[in-house]
Write a protein that binds this ligand. Structure first.
Ligand code: NAD
Length: 526
């Protein structure tokens, strides 16, 4: 029997509705429809694809208040977070990428080396087919739509499987249908892990997965059975490094946002903070004082008010257990909780913003992804020491460095083993749709967004065009001693060293004339 999942409103703690796993036969039907749609998309011009995406943009823009309500109902996030990190970002990405897409996907002439004289070379970008997009619960609209847009603009169709915790049931379909977007080009399939597996077995041409490292590994394993390429956007444990020359007030505000936005349920939230010893005490006092002033919701809070609360709820009650386990492990090993540390008494899905000191790298809170509004802070002395601490992690997604000395900040950005670094800010790389996004180590494989986001959903095809004539290439049959000698002359005087035209030219001409005369005889020659 199909497994079903209750979808909760984390703020009111009410069940909103239930979804069930999708059957394998329904998955097959979806794939049939999507494959048919993809054949049509592949024939359409890029201008047409852009116009289709603009329909979605305009609909979201016009209906953003209602769409934001729906996101908050299922995630429990603050209205500001929902508007800025989902709606605003979606529209901004569309605006930026649609201006680039024609240039990025244009046939690209590449130079042809001298040894291939007379031939011409190019790269063309073709659609892959169907892209399967599997998403997590923290940015449910953004994570579903952004990869879908990149896939569609590259000529693909997409199947989206939202998280069973935040499926936003019916919302994406409503956006697609009511906006007049092409039918069947993006399809949503509901369910949990089993539905995800059934979708992989339906053999999409590419999988774009955002979620936990655990699930990413399972998906890659299953995809390997069919040799389906995967992009994996996985977990993180972002370090943030604060030097003693910063503007304190601005930096405390920035770090606080970086740690607590979306209640810390962002893959690139600040999960470890390293503060220089010269400003450590004053920094900690200030961030604790400010954190205590952040407002949290109540069950009856009016979510339509943009300033009702700053820190939203935990979307997944299971995540609260992980946060509690990390805090318990840290305090048992000597850490101190300076504020927060528990859920709110009047609203159990709300975890109070928490600052922890006295932490070290033997603690889970500095090693494992906490994914909540928790900021552990450590003191550091030297640049080298803090680089080693920041890199002492299984993850490598994002990071930030705060300093007036931009040369030093740049040096550290280069030394960090990760995919994205913001200087004097946090997570700001994600706000620039021209930049690629992705991680290293346990944080994932592949890059998307920017031009890379279009290339990742393309079959990047190489084409070399030769002339039709009578001369055969020197490396073709028959192999002769004379040709071997000439090729060695080319090796000695053309490639891998200094060009000696007086030696190369006679050898090349000789090879040409041999190419005309010495051929394996065929029926036409007899
Ligand atoms: P999750 O891995 O539990 O689930 C994500 C999605 O994968 C869900 O739709 C789920 O149903 C599906 N899924 C799980 N196992 C599967 C399987 N074996 N086969 C097919 N589908 C499967 O993740 P989550 O708890 O929803 O999200 C939180 C995680 O996502 C965190 O680790 C966070 O860091 C990560 N995340 C990463 C990024 C990024 O861009 N790097 C962005 C947001 C969230």
């Amino acid at each position: 029997m199909a497994k079903s999942f209750e979808v909760l409103n984390p703020i009111t703690e009410q069940t909103l509705y239930t979804i069930s796993d999708t059957s394998t036969s329904d998955v097959q039907k979806v794939f049939q429809n999507v494959r048919a749609a993809q054949q049509v998309i592949a024939q359409k011009s890029i201008d047409w694809r852009i116009k289709e995406i603009y329909k979605i943009r305009d609909y979201i823009k016009a209906n953003r208040e209602e769409i934001t309500n729906k996101i908050i109902e299922e995630t429990g996030k603050a209205r500001f977070d929902a508007l800025t990190s989902e709606i605003f970002e979606i529209i901004d990405v569309i605006d930026v990428i649609t201006k680039k897409v024609k240039k990025v996907l244009k046939d690209e002439k590449v130079s042809t080396p001298l040894v291939l004289l007379g031939k011409s070379s190019k790269v063309i970008y073709e659609p892959l087919g169907i892209v399967l997009i599997i998403t997590p619960w923290n940015y449910p609209l953004y994570q579903a739509l952004i990869p879908s847009f990149y896939a569609f603009l590259s000529g693909n169709a997409a199947v989206v499987k939202p998280s069973e915790l935040t499926p936003l049931k019916g919302l994406i379909e409503e956006i697609l249908t009511a906006s007049g977007f092409m039918q069947d080009a993006i399809q949503v399939v509901y369910g949990g892990r089993e539905t995800g597996k059934a979708l992989i077995d339906a053999k999409p041409n590419k999988i774009h997965f955002t979620g936990s490292t655990r699930a990413g590994k399972e998906i890659m394993k299953q995809a390997a059975e069919h040799l389906i390429p995967v992009d994996l956007e996985l977990g993180g444990k972002d370090p943030s490094i604060v030097f003693d020359d910063v503007n304190l007030s601005r930096t405390v505000n920035g770090v606080m946002w970086g740690a607590f936005t979306t209640a810390g349920q962002s893959c690139t939230s600040i999960e470890r903070l390293y503060v220089h010893e010269n400003i450590y005490d004053v920094f900690v006092n200030d961030i604790v004082a400010r954190t205590k002033r952040l407002r949290t919701p109540e069950a009856k809070t009016d979510i339509t008010q943009p300033d009702a609360y700053d820190i939203g709820c935990m979307t997944s009650p299971a995540q609260i257990k992980i946060i509690e386990a990390h805090l318990a492990d840290a305090t048992e090993k000597g850490a101190k909780i300076l504020c927060g540390g528990t859920t709110k008494q009047s609203l159990q899905n709300c975890f109070l913003p928490t600052v922890v000191t006295g932490v070290n790298h033997s603690m889970k809170i500095m090693q494992e992804e906490t994914f909540g509004p928790v900021l552990p802070i450590m003191k550091f002395k030297t640049e080298q020491q803090v680089i080693e601490l920041a890199n002492d992690s299984e993850y490598g997604l994002g990071a930030s460095v705060w300093s007036k000395d931009l040369k030093r900040a740049d040096r550290i950005a280069r030394a960090l083993v990760c995919g994205n670094v913001s200087i004097n800010n946090h997570m700001i790389t994600e706000a620039n749709p021209n930049l690629p996004f992705g991680g290293v180590k346990q944080s994932g494989i592949g890059r998307y967004k920017g031009k890379w986001g279009l290339h990742t959903f393309s079959n990047i095809k190489s084409i070399v065009t030769d002339k039709q004539g009578s001369i055969i290439d020197p490396h073709w049959y028959p192999f002769t001693k004379e040709k071997y000698k000439m090729i060695n002359t080319v090796l000695d005087h053309l490639i891998g060293g200094k060009l000696n035209i007086f030696k190369v030219l006679p050898a090349a001409l000789k090879l040409d004339s041999i190419g005309k005369q010495q051929q394996i005889k065929g029926t036409q020659d007899v």
